[in-house]
Structures are given as structure tokens and as C-alpha cells.
Write a protein that binds this ligand. Structure first.
Ligand SMILES: C[S@@+](CC[C@H](N)C(=O)[O-])C[C@H]1O[C@@H](n2cnc3c(N)ncnc32)[C@H](O)[C@@H]1O
Length: 392
């Protein structure tokens, strides 16, 4: 079974005890079982029964994600796989909650005790969380990104951080694989670009942003999110590690920063959790806060075009049905080039690409080569520059 690194208190702020680590390891391995063995059984059902049945009536149907899904949901193997998908996701949060609930008061005390921070935190209790985030608990995390169960709460930040680590094999002990991935993409596509001011939209608990802060130690680094408990957690972790992050609770459609302030605006896996409606306003806002020559880099989950296997497309789409991630595949119905052009980015500056994922495998006695490497799986990436044509 593919295993992931353990986390230490240097990577995150929780201290799961032995029993909790056991339950969390079970949740992590259950998820891995679901996406290997249980998925394999559903794939056999697809290959042996569903695909031939569909192809007999209409060869195009066996390649059409929606028609394949409609047929697969009738198959017991797919039903079992999907049920377990949901259950394993709930286990991730249930097992994380054991540790979080035990330690949340201590986190709050540590947060309130921060004096002379290197960075900053600006919260807006009056901010209205977008309706699309309030409609359901995104990826089944109880209370989602924004709920404060008590005053000055860090609970859901800690939940997201620990659960995210269990959910994402290969993202590394600090769950910063997405940040390392976007960094590699930027280095490959804009070599020598050294931003002085960086803004990450939908920064969450700032795991990707911490990778950027380490890569650009002289830069002024900002993160923005609607979720107060996530930002409090991010602030505490950054200050604990001596990293200056400037964090703000705001909607990405109206950031409140001065026009032309940033050299680089990024976002990591935010857009598949918005809706189509706010995207033009978010892109226009990113354009506004960029300097001339500044870059926007969006990294998100891959589109169906990058997943040639129709069964795998249906598996990805399953997150919309069983994991409250309704916009995951729909995000890719968006014409990103047209949207970026409409926001003001010159067409010649826009690149829609593929960012191979940075993956971490912990070193073992048998595998001395372990560590960070470039995986086969990757992210959708969109890069655009304000007032600049792409270098040929
Ligand atoms: C999947 S999480 C990703 C968090 C972080 N970027 C990461 O990779 O760990 C998506 C984040 O986007 C935030 N978000 C969604 N819509 C937003 C909006 N309109 N403005 C600001 N943040 C938003 C959510 O609150 C959530 O923290």
C-alpha cells in the first residue's frame, strides 16, 4: 500500500496521541483502499459489462462521461465504491476531530497570546460568506471553511489541515505539495521571475503559501480567504514557524488592496469550489491588483481533457455527487482564455497548461531514492500577464 509521510509538530500544530494516530491512519488507508481495490472492482465492471453494453447500442456512448456514469450507478461494484468514498471521507474528518477537539482550546490560547507578530491578520466579522460555500459543507467537513464554533476559533483551520494531510497522499508532511507544484510551474514558464509582492487568493490554512514564503524569503506575502478559522490557524502556524504572512478575510471578488500592488497573484485549488458566476469578478480583481507585467497563476484540479480514460473521468466526477464538490468538473466547462481576456489579460500572455504534481514519498530502508519527485498526475494551470505578451 502506498504510504505517506507522518506529520510532526513542526509541520502542523496538532499532537495526535497514539490512539488518534491509529484511527487517522485507518481513515487514510481506508481512503487508499477505496481508490485502489474498490475502484478496481468498479473499473472491472465498467470494462466487462458497462462499456461493451453501451458500445453495442452506440460506440460514442462508451466514451461519454455522463452516459457512462448513468450506466455505472446501476452496478453494485460502483455503488460499493461510491458508498465507501463517502464513508472514508467522513472518517477523515471524524478521526481528525478527536485530536482537534482535544486541542482546540490550547490553539486558541496560543493564538490569543501572539505578541509582536512578524506578519498580520485582518479579520472582517461582517463579511458575507458566498452562498455557494454556505449551501453545503464543502467536501463534507463539518462547518466547512467559515464556521466559528466559539469566539476566536481555530477548530476548522486545524480540521482542514489535518484532514487535508490524510486526504492527500504525496502532498508531504506539511501538505505543501500544491505550493511546490505551482512554484515548479512558475519556474518552468517564467524563469527568473522574482516577485516582490505575492497574493494568494483562497489561501485556506496557507500550506501552499508557506512553500512560496520559503522560496521567496524577501517577498511580502499576502493570503486572502473568506474563512476566519482557517486564517487564524494559518496565522498561528506562520508565526510559530517565524514566517511573515499578511492574511486578510475578504472575498476574492473585492480584495480591498490598492490597484497595481502585486507582482504575482496565485490561487491553489480554489476555483473548483466557487461557481461560474463569481469567476469574472475574481479575475477582474486579480487583474486590477497586479502591476503592469505582473502575473496571475491559477492552479486547480485537472480537466477531463487531461484524463483520457472515461472511467477515471467518472471517478473524478464522483466528488461532485459524494463529496460536496459540485463544481469540480463543471469548472472545466469555462473558457478560461476568453475569461482571462475579458478580465484584461492580453491573449498572447495567456497560457493554459499542465502542472505535474510534486509528490512526496517518505524514505524507507528499501527506497533510498524517496523524497520529492515529479508525479504523472498533475494540475490544470492557467498563467497570464498584465500588459505583456508571452515570450516566444
Ligand atoms: C480547497 S480550499 C484551498 C485552500 C488552499 N488554497 C490550499 O490549497 O490548501 C479552497 C479555499 O478557497 C476559499 N474560497 C472560496 N471562494 C472564495 C472567495 N470567493 N473568496 C475568497 N476565498 C474563497 C475557501 O474558503 C477555501 O479556503
Amino acid at each position: 500500500m502506498y504510504d505517506t509521510a507522518e506529520q510532526t509538530p513542526a509541520d502542523h500544530l496538532l499532537h495526535p496521541d497514539l490512539d488518534e494516530r491509529g484511527r487517522q491512519a485507518f481513515a487514510k488507508h481506508l481512503r487508499q483502499f477505496v481508490f485502489t481495490a474498490a475502484r478496481g472492482a468498479a473499473q472491472n465492471a465498467f470494462a466487462q459489462r458497462v462499456a461493451p453494453g453501451l458500445a453495442q447500442a452506440d460506440p460514442a456512448a462508451a466514451r461519454d462521461r455522463k452516459r457512462v456514469r448513468a450506466a455505472l450507478v446501476e452496478e453494485p461494484e460502483y455503488q460499493f465504491f461510491s458508498d465507501l468514498h463517502r464513508i472514508s471521507q467522513e472518517q477523515i474528518w471524524n478521526s481528525s476531530a478527536d485530536t482537534v477537539e482535544r486541542e482546540t482550546a490550547a490553539l486558541r490560547e496560543a493564538f490569543l497570546a501572539i505578541r509582536k507578530p512578524k506578519g498580520s491578520l485582518k479579520l472582517d466579522p461582517a463579511l458575507e460568506v458566498p452562498e455557494y460555500l454556505r449551501r453545503m459543507d464543502t467536501h463534507c467537513m463539518p462547518g466547512s471553511y467559515y464556521t466559528d464554533w466559539v469566539e476566536n476559533d481555530l477548530t476548522n483551520g486545524a480540521m482542514y489541515e489535518r484532514g487535508g494531510f490524510l486526504y492527500t497522499p504525496g502532498a508531504g508532511p506539511a501538505t505543501d505539495g500544491a505550493g511546490r507544484t505551482s512554484l515548479e510551474f512558475l519556474r518552468a514558464h517564467l524563469p527568473g521571475f522574482t516577485p516582490q509582492r505575492i497574493l494568494d487568493l483562497g489561501c485556506g490554512t496557507c500550506s501552499p503559501l508557506m512553500a512560496w514564503a520559503r522560496a521567496f524569503p524577501d517577498a511580502e506575502i499576502h493570503g486572502l480567504d473568506v474563512g476566519a478559522p482557517l486564517l487564524r490557524y494559518a496565522h498561528l502556524r506562520a508565526e510559530t514557524q517565524g514566517v511573515a504572512l499578511h492574511l486578510k478575510q475578504a472575498d476574492a471578488t473585492a480584495t480591498g488592496y490598492d490597484s497595481g500592488y502585486f507582482d504575482l497573484v496565485t490561487s491553489h485549488i480554489m476555483f473548483h469550489e466557487t461557481e461560474a458566476e463569481p469567476i469574472p469578478a475574481i479575475l477582474a480583481e486579480a487583474y486590477r491588483v497586479l502591476k503592469p507585467g505582473g502575473a496571475l497563476l491559477i492552479v486547480d484540479l485537472p480537466d477531463a481533457g487531461r484524463i483520457p480514460d472515461v472511467f477515471q473521468q467518472v471517478v473524478f466526477d464522483g466528488d461532485a455527487y459524494y463529496n460536496n464538490e459540485h463544481f469540480w468538473m463543471k469548472m472545466h466547462d469555462i473558457d478560461w482564455v476568453a475569461q482571462l481576456r475579458r478580465a484584461g489579460f492580453p491573449e498572447g500572455s495567456i497560457e493554459i497548461g499542465f502542472a505535474p504534481m510534486q509528490m512526496y514519498v517518505p524514505p524507507t530502508a528499501k527506497n533510498a531514492e524517496a523524497g520529492w519527485s515529479t508525479g504523472r498526475f498533475g494540475f490544470f494551470a492557467a498563467l497570464a500577464r498584465k500588459g505583456a505578451e508571452r515570450a516566444q
